[in-house]
Design a protein around this ligand. Structure first.
Ligand code: SF4
Length: 391
């Protein structure tokens, strides 16, 4: 309910769209600002669908500064769709390792193969075809179509949501159906016409520039805390600013309670090799490699993201005894707040017979190979903690 007591869904359904003159002003003002002040980012030096698709997939829920080195390494290895389709999933995951959201990396790889097989190696230009690819949702489809092909396609992400909620004073909690519907309604009304049909496009007011401009404003000036309204090109039309409510909008989504998780993780080495186990297929971080890990059940129960014992490690040929603690680590995965006791363990490599049967679930990785494996972010952090920033 809003402060007036009315159902916000009804109010947002009726929230008037800007009139045509105002839309022209918004587009012009924001695109001019974007072309003058946009950050120089590696993916902005390219306009091909492949680079846009990869960068936009990496950028979802991840900071630009984090993504830059990942993007550069990924593009150096996979120069185009064909190279990605021919690559092994293991290598894709290794290049993604540390970015999180590994389902996205798997989906990219699967989609590249589908495009090669069913679309003649050419990115589909139709929204419905793009949406049929693994991992491509309305945001990614809008990004590729508008930025690579100049199509009049809208998109909504967290930055767009914040900017629109403030400029148009959209009062409903983030991620609520009422706000989502309103955001898409405004986004579709505001995105300029196809670049190919529009005289405005010659002046830099095209769908790709507009979509990137809204996101850039949200990332640089219209930030969650302390928006810099005095520098904002939309300040004179911004409802939230006029009402002194810039920092109060958008209304936050109800918070998911944080869950404390305790793990024990083993560093078992023999010579210059480290024992790794493979996460089971189908679940979170499926197929990634990690140090043997178990979850210590506590008062709130178990997450079941890890086993409660070292059964895979035991199969690898022996894990006894578990020795001294090497480090205590803290890590976050979505709403899980994880404390890890990293301990030394002894590994007896003589279990060769068992090894032959189970090598898909564990391996002894040479130090030189660790950087090329698809390690979980937590395992990377643990290895850095004991061996310096070599990974
Ligand atoms: S005036 Fe302030 S709150 Fe409004 S869009 Fe600009 S930065 Fe955001």
């Amino acid at each position: 309910m809003t402060r007036s007591g009315a159902d916000p869904r009804i109010e947002l359904d009726r929230a008037p769209l800007p009139d045509p003159a105002e839309i022209r002003w918004l587009r012009r003002s924001l695109c001019d600002w974007y072309h003058a002040f946009k950050r120089d980012l590696p993916w902005r030096r390219r306009s091909d669908a492949f680079a846009i698709w990869i960068s936009e997939s990496m950028l979802q829920q991840t900071r630009v500064e984090t993504v830059i080195p990942y993007f550069e390494r990924f593009m150096a290895r996979f120069k185009d769709l064909a190279a990605l389709a021919e690559g092994e999933e293991e290598e894709v995951l290794a290049l993604w390792s540390g970015l999180g959201y590994y389902r996205r990396a798997r989906a990219l790889h699967a989609a590249a193969r589908e495009i090669m097989e069913f679309h003649g190696g050419v990115f589909p230009h139709e929204r419905s075809a793009l949406l049929g690819l693994p991992g491509v949702g309305p945001y990614t489809a809008g990004a590729v179509l508008s930025m690579a092909f100049g199509a009049s396609e809208a998109l909504v992400d967290g930055n767009v949501a914040r900017v629109f909620a403030r400029v148009f004073a959209l009062e409903a909690p983030l991620r609520s159906p009422a706000l989502e519907q309103a955001l898409w309604r405004f986004a579709e009304a505001l995105v300029p016409a196809d670049a190919g049909e529009s005289a405005d496009a010659q002046k830099g007011v095209d769908p790709g520039s507009w979509n990137q401009a809204v996101m850039e404003l949200g990332a640089t000036l219209c930030t969650p805390k302390g928006p810099r309204c005095q520098l904002c090109p939309l300040q004179e039309r911004c409802e939230a600013r006029a009402r002194g409510r810039a920092e109060e909008l958008p209304i936050p989504a109800p918070r998911r309670p944080l869950v404390a998780v305790e793990l024990e993780m083993l560093l078992a080495r023999t010579g210059e090799r480290t024992l790794l186990t493979r996460r089971p297929p189908g679940g979170r971080m499926a197929g990634m490699w990690e140090l043997p890990t178990r979850e210590i059940p506590n008062a709130r129960g178990e997450t079941h993201l890890w086993e409660a014992d070292f059964s895979t490690f035991a199969l690898a040929g022996g894990c006894i005894p578990i020795g001294e603690e090497l480090s205590t680590l803290r890590h976050a995965i979505t709403h899980h707040r994880i404390t890890v006791s990293l301990r030394r363990a002894t590994f007896d490599p003589s279990g060769a017979q068992v090894r032959a049967q189970n090598e898909s679930t564990w391996r002894l990785a040479a130090d030189d190979d660790l950087a090329s494996l698809a390690l979980t972010g937590l395992t990377k952090k643990a290895l850095r903690a004991v061996s310096g920033p070599a990974l």
